[in-house]
Design a protein around this ligand. Structure first.
Ligand SMILES: [Zn+2]
Length: 245
């Protein structure tokens, strides 16, 4: 099972919602692209399902981790120009499933922000590497977001309390971008925004301060760029882009 070839991205996107399981997911997978969208005047909102409370690599007291990681994600967002950021409550890092509760919580946010495009983690696993994008929380969020896009957010009879009690009208998200999935074929040149992606990643001190992130990312992003036919020395992120009609 894999994705079909990517659709041509919509030309008239005003609002993008980025949904992530953990702080740092969007920054590893897509921050260079997000910075480009911000530069183009697109309004970008981050939604985090957890505060990454199972992350880290040192002896930071565990009860501090969610607070630290929320602050890190807010700083990372600022590094790429994103100022709207929200965290769901009640979900613990490492426990996510595409539950009805998560679908309802995502549908609420979708109907409130009314994005044209959603960017999230792939619901499909890449079998050549079990770590990283294949984290079960990433897969669960990708699946739950897809269910929120269709049918939940657009169907007035899905989670009817959202309409009746909260006045949240149905909304059609027209396009979905996935990062971290198999065979991503829509390549975005991030050569110009790479410094901002690095700044965003450096903001995740509890996750990245023990390694040379640039040394690890550069060759990978260069190979993505060359797979997309970009000039030598370019850097790129890659996605699958799907229309939702
Ligand atoms: Zn993650």
């Amino acid at each position: 099972m894999t994705f079909p070839p990517s659709a041509t991205p919509l030309p008239d996107v005003a609002r993008v919602l980025v949904v992530s399981a953990h702080p740092d997911d969007v920054d590893f997978g897509a921050a260079g692209t997000v910075a480009r969208w911000v530069d183009e005047g697109i309004e970008v909102t981050y939604l985090l399902v957890t505060r990454g409370d199972a992350g880290g690599f040192d002896d930071t007291p565990r009860e501090q981790m969610p607070l630290l990681r929320e602050a890190e994600q807010r700083a990372a967002a600022k590094a790429v120009g994103v100022t709207r950021i929200e965290f769901l409550e009640g979900y613990a890092d490492g426990t996510l499933t595409p539950s009805l509760q998560l679908r309802r919580d995502l549908t609420r946010v979708v109907r409130r922000y009314r994005p044209d495009r959603i960017l999230t983690s792939s619901p499909l696993r890449r079998w050549e590497r079990i770590a990283g994008p294949g984290h079960p929380d990433h897969l669960a969020v990708g699946e739950a977001v897809t269910c929120a896009v269709y049918p939940d957010a657009r169907n007035p009879f899905a989670f009817p309390e959202l309409l009746h009690d909260e006045g949240l009208e149905p909304w059609v998200v027209r396009e979905v971008w996935f990062h971290g999935g198999p065979d991503p074929d829509h390549v975005v040149d991030i050569t110009a925004t790479f410094p901002r992606k690095l700044a965003a990643l450096a903001a995740h001190e509890t996750q990245t301060s023990h390694e040379d992130v640039e040394a690890r990312l550069r060759p990978w992003l260069q190979s993505v760029a060359s797979s997309g036919g970009l000039p030598d020395g370019s850097l790129a992120e890659a996605f699958t882009v799907l229309g939702t009609a």
